[in-house]
Design a protein around this ligand. Structure first.
Ligand SMILES: [Zn+2]
Length: 149
């Protein structure tokens, strides 16, 4: 793994850390997802899920990649290509909100059901998803999700 080869995400967004967190928690970013984006480990899959949504909104592709389980179908060995894909998606999408519908955690596995409010090219591309997560060596990771419109 050679992270230095990954180009900086050109579409990374910088926001006021005292402003509202992009995960739609109504809390300020610095008291919500920012610590996770800076390396603190979320204590639950729900916090990880919220911080991944916020990372998409901010174009923090490295965070998305680092919190994806290697067995996920989204996982890609080619980090440069993967980062470019994530960057393109994040920059073309407006992240308008997040609603948590359900959260279940049992030992080192968890599921989070949510609705993501997204727009791209003037279209509503929001979706609902039930995501599964696993805790590996103390870190919650995203595995996969079942989506519906
Ligand atoms: Zn947040």
């Amino acid at each position: 793994m050679q992270p230095s080869k990954i180009p900086a995400n050109k579409n990374q967004r910088v926001i006021d850390k005292y402003g509202p967190c992009p995960c739609d928690s109504k809390k300020p970013y610095h008291k919500c997802c920012r610590p996770f984006h800076q390396g603190e480990l979320p204590s639950s899959a729900l916090l990880l899920m919220r911080s991944r949504y916020a990372a998409y909104a901010l174009g923090l592709c490295d965070y998305i990649m680092a919190t994806t389980h290697p067995q996920s179908r989204l996982y890609c060995e080619d980090k440069v290509a993967w980062s470019a894909d994530l960057d393109a998606f994040a920059s073309q999408t407006s992240f308008d909100g997040l609603k948590i519908l359900n959260f279940e955690e049992s030992g080192d596995t968890a599921t989070v059901a949510f609705r993501a409010y997204l727009r791209a090219g003037g279209q509503d591309v929001g979706f609902s998803e039930k995501s599964s997560f696993a805790r590996v060596d103390g870190r919650w990771l995203y595995i996969d999700g079942l989506t519906s419109d």
